[in-house]
Write a protein that binds this ligand. Structure first.
Ligand code: NAP
Length: 285
């Protein structure tokens, strides 16, 4: 198959909310590639038959979103990242084999590298809020960058403890009540919970407890400038937002399907900001 007739898709239920078509169709147009990226609304009971017949449906691969990320792991040949995260968000066909990965890991790390180059040179301790799927990608990524100590703070302590068991001694589970104490020596704070997202309860963190060299990252991207990031910026701390991660996690899929490694540019970011309702004045990285 030539790149002229390649197609990829995002598979989910629901799928309307996905920003992936906006990102990939922008890149297709920008690089002059005559491919297509579509939405595929697929219910849980039809996912296995859909994903195992991607080639017959004219696809070279695709993204997977709720509720199919765990099912995709079992139905494909996952790499180490997808296995460690326990979920797949990117699929591609390689000589007929359905391969998979989880690009949230590199999306998170590449965004930190872009926003705060060299951040990992002095990040001995980090605090991760949340213990769900996104937290697993973040923890795996931070351990791969030699962060020595990770405190995972979660409403349901047992989920944080399960991550401690799985990822080893460098990860410590903690209750929400001990958050302030953990922030004192954290060079990095990452919110991986849904708190602060549109329609969800707010997130209250006393960023004054963080050291002045700290970097604050939020995975929430709707709104783009969360209350956590606004509070961190008001204290002149460095920040990395969820939109940056969303854009960076899309790079690998596009390269695998269409053969060109795309760039995350201010123009693409502005397109997504407009879609997410950010006024140009408020745009921040
Ligand atoms: P998930 O598996 O459902 O985990 C949700 C987490 O939020 C859990 O730790 C949960 O705590 C916590 N939480 C939910 N409601 C809470 C509340 N009222 N009080 C305290 N904690 C609460 O979700 P996920 O897949 O990890 O996604 C989490 C967030 O990351 C979402 O906002 C998602 O959009 C974002 N995300 C962004 C990107 C990106 O590219 N920017 C990529 C992936 C995910 P419990 O364990 O106690 O329930």
């Amino acid at each position: 198959m030539t790149t002229a007739n390649r197609a990829a898709c995002v598979i989910g239920w629901p799928v309307e909310h996905s920003r992936s078509p906006l990102i990939h169709n922008y890149w297709l147009k920008h690089y002059g590639i005559a491919g297509e990226y579509r939405r595929e609304l697929v219910p849980r009971e039809e996912f296995a038959s859909f994903v195992t017949s991607l080639a017959a449906r004219g696809y070279v691969g695709g993204n997977v979103t709720v509720p199919h990320k765990e099912a995709a792991l079992a139905l494909s040949e996952p790499d180490d990242r997808a296995r460690a995260v326990g979920a797949v968000n990117t699929l591609w066909l390689d000589n007929g084999a359905l391969c998979s990965t989880n690009t949230d890991v590199e999306g998170f790390l590449d965004n930190l590298d872009a926003r705060a180059p060299g951040w990992d040179r002095n990040t001995n301790a980090a605090v991760v809020l949340g213990a769900g799927g996104a937290a697993r990608a973040v923890i795996y990524g931070l351990l791969s960058r030699n962060v020595e100590r990770l405190v995972v703070v979660n409403r349901t302590l047992a989920r944080a403890q399960a991550l401690q068991q799985e990822f080893g001694k460098r990860v410590q589970a903690a209750r929400w009540e001990s958050l302030d104490a953990a922030l004192g020596d954290a060079a990095l704070l990452v919110n991986t919970t849904t708190l602060g997202m549109q329609g969800q309860p707010g997130l209250t963190v006393d960023v004054a407890q963080l050291p002045e060299h700290a970097l604050v990252a939020d995975l929430v991207y709707a709104p783009v400038r969360t209350a956590l990031l606004a509070a961190a910026q008001a204290r002149h701390l460095r920040t990395a937002d969820g939109l940056g991660m969303l854009l960076h996690q899309a790079v690998r899929g596009f390269a695998l399907w269409f053969g060109t490694t795309p760039a995350v540019t201010p123009e693409l970011r502005a397109l997504l900001e407009a879609d997410l309702g950010v006024s140009p004045r408020k745009a921040a990285g």
